[in-house]
Design a binder for this molecule. Sequence first.
Ligand SMILES: *Cc1c(COP(=O)(O)O)cnc(C)c1O
Length: 397
Amino acid sequence: MGKKALETKIVTAGRASKWTQSLVNPPVSRASTIVFDTVEEMKHATANRGNKALFYGRRGTNTHFAFQEAMVELEGGVGCALYPCGTAAITNAMLAFVKAGDHVLMVDGVYEPTRNFCDTILDKMGVETTYYDPLIGEGIRDLIRPNTTVLFLESPCSITMEVQDVPTLARIAHEHDMTVMLDNTWASPINFQPFEHGVDISIQAATKYVVGHSDVMLGTAVANEKCWAQLRESSYLMGQCTSPDDVYLAMRGLRTLGVRLKQHQENSLKVAAWLAERPEVDRVLHPAFESCDGHEYFKRDFKGCNGLFSVVLNRGNSEALAAMLDGMEHFSMGFSWGGFESLILANENINSLRTVAKRDYAGPLLRLHIGLENADDLIADLERGFDRLNSVLAKTA
Ligand SMILES: *Cc1c(COP(=O)(O)O)cnc(C)c1O
């Protein structure tokens, strides 16, 4: 077989004929019970139950196996575990690799529910978490203890968008026999190759760009050879399983991931460049811009960007932000992202969500997800939004 370019892989991944049965798409296979004709077949299925073989509904059907294979083909690694959402993927990956008395290094810019999991459930289990600055680099050495077992990264970070030096951090963690986990949701399975940069387990909130249409919750964790069996069996024991209908939609989303991301990228670069020139904007936190912390690692390690970034405003207050956001025509307000539609939200005190990476932001942050609409329509919408913001600020000045 010849070497396949990424665009080709996106079309062919997970479409082996054993899954598709001659259809273009692997069909939705629903099952709780799998039935066997002979004792011998049942014994064989039991022996192979971790190996993409029909055994019991919770282990998955051909719909799941096809999607798992596609994720491995795109992201790397040797196996993919599926979860009902991205958060379940994160928490179950961590639970599979910690025990009471362990210590975890967690990036300070992590997605908020991941932090809350560490501070409540891991804490209750007797697993201690230390938050580290996403830009710590070699300094991570000073935080490693004899009982540190997991290094968790999220690059770029949520909302503040710092890009991490993943290969350096992973190399140091491996010198200490730690398991390296990455929340790779921003890059999707195609813009950052985790296993080429030293990651052991790569996690996706497939809810975002993989599904791509804001209508399914789903999580994935792809592991390398060293970690796969432990991740798979732990997740199975935790009862993690997913609906074949949701998995089917994720597989359908995958097919257009490449072209969608190209358009999200083009639109977001155009909108971010316009924002960078606005008097209301102090700083653009978009990994493709020099003003974003860790931009050099983005240039070195990523294949492209997408529609998600933030900007720091020079000033603003709750009333002015509400005037701007309430009146948007094309941007909706919502917490998720990665669908075809544009989203916006304001954060007035991001430092309250950080323990070590608090920074001196001039004003509130706006987080934008730039969708597939026409970029000029989005810019005009933001321009009218800034007019509303400014008129409230002028009154309160
Ligand atoms: C949304 C998100 C998650 C959680 O995904 P859910 O499917 O909503 O649970 C995890 N990590 C990042 C970076 C996210 O943006």
